[in-house]
Design a binder for this molecule. Sequence first.
Ligand code: HEM
Length: 458
Amino acid sequence: MTTRSKLPPGPPGYFLVGSFPLGARDPLKLLTRWASQYGDIFYYRAFTTHVYFLNSPDAIESVLVTNSRDFIKGRGLQVNKRLFGNGLLTSEGDFWLRQRRLCQPAFHRDCLRAFSPTMVAYAERMLEHWRDGEVRDIQEELTRLTLQIVAKTLLGVEMGELVQEVSRSVRPIMQFNTRGRILMPLVRYFPTPLNIRYRLAVRRLEEIVTRIMDKRRANEAAENDLLFVLLQARDERGHSMTDTQLRDEVMTLLLAGHETTALALCWTFYLLALHPEVENRLLKEIDEALEGRLPEFADLAQLKYAENVIRESMRLYPPAYAMARVALKDCEIAGYRVPRGASVVMSQWIMHRDPRFFERPEEFDPGRWTEEFMKRLPNFAYFPFGGGPRVCIGASFAMEEAMLLLTMILRKFRLRLCSEEKVEPLAALTLRPAPGLKMKLQRREQALQHSRSAQAAP
Ligand code: HEM
């Protein structure tokens, strides 16, 4: 293919400022419109940043896999360097590779199997407090639950009262990452109330991570989990990790390892409440597979429909809705020259709703995920966990956890929406239900009676 020297098509933009979709009221809608208007690749300038937006699986694969060495993580994550430091999500090069190899064994199948009783036990503990007819903020409940699970399984600590403090700190961090702050440096550095709240929240999280590390160092009886491996690791010269590096890895695992899974589950419960026919089929699968007992790791292979429900929910509401890279050198993508220093953006939100790959793309249909369909689907038409060498290290952990927690909750409860209003997604660092997600709990036996009496009604 010949490389075109012209820029790809794209919105015209304003003098000096350029185009600024992340500052729009509804950035996802605007970017989707541009993708359908301009095709597989479009270009815009946001102030001094040149953005190449990719909307084809091949182009995305070329950046994430084939030529991954020519790119580093994008500005969105760099903005959060204060938070993640040089942890696994943000580090680069040989240093990243060494840390990735160190962490990888903690996500092997045998470890995942060993984590499942802990996931089930924490879910059981949460459900002990749930009562029929109550309204609960499901996002908050699930975020607390997944936080406790990641802390216990990977870091070997009981979060206890720290859970509330972490949830309280994560909120301003997510607010900071909305509406244009990612690309607008001036807005980021002014001491606005939002920026001050962000800095205080990061500081609070740092204190919590230090407390976790102290707690863990004091607990010699704890098992050989990932934090143990990180504490024991030595480099070629026999040096252990510095406290700062440990802090960065623990902060990264703690944050990357809970919020996204909680959101995947939130959106799943939202979609199930809107689609009772899907929920009924799922309940049937769960009831038949478990016959009333608690789920185990070995059950996951049988719960095929549950897996497809989560897959489909992450298609429509991918918790990581976009990813970015910066080109380290001039390169060619989709026939266009992309200069060194340019930003390359790929969006799960847009690709997952592309009618070229998904029929009736706006419809929630877990049944579409047949073996045949998956074989036909091009790589990177669906990529909720990213791909290539930087693919999510916790992808299997997340799927296991999402399936076990979904099953645990649905054994006992159906969750109902409190209002008929559509829940709009908010594109922050992750894709969140904008106003949170309050749902009404219906205990299963009661739910059954409700639906029987509704059927009996004239
Ligand atoms: C549904 C849940 C999850 C989703 C949708 C998700 C999504 C992603 C995505 C898209 C990336 C790639 C980012 C990029 O390349 O720019 C990523 C990376 C990462 N994720 Fe996840 N994630 C989930 C759960 C988890 C869990 C449970 C953990 C840890 C227990 C985790 C830890 C990480 C880490 C450490 C990275 C960086 C990996 C590297 O660069 O080597 N994630 N995740």
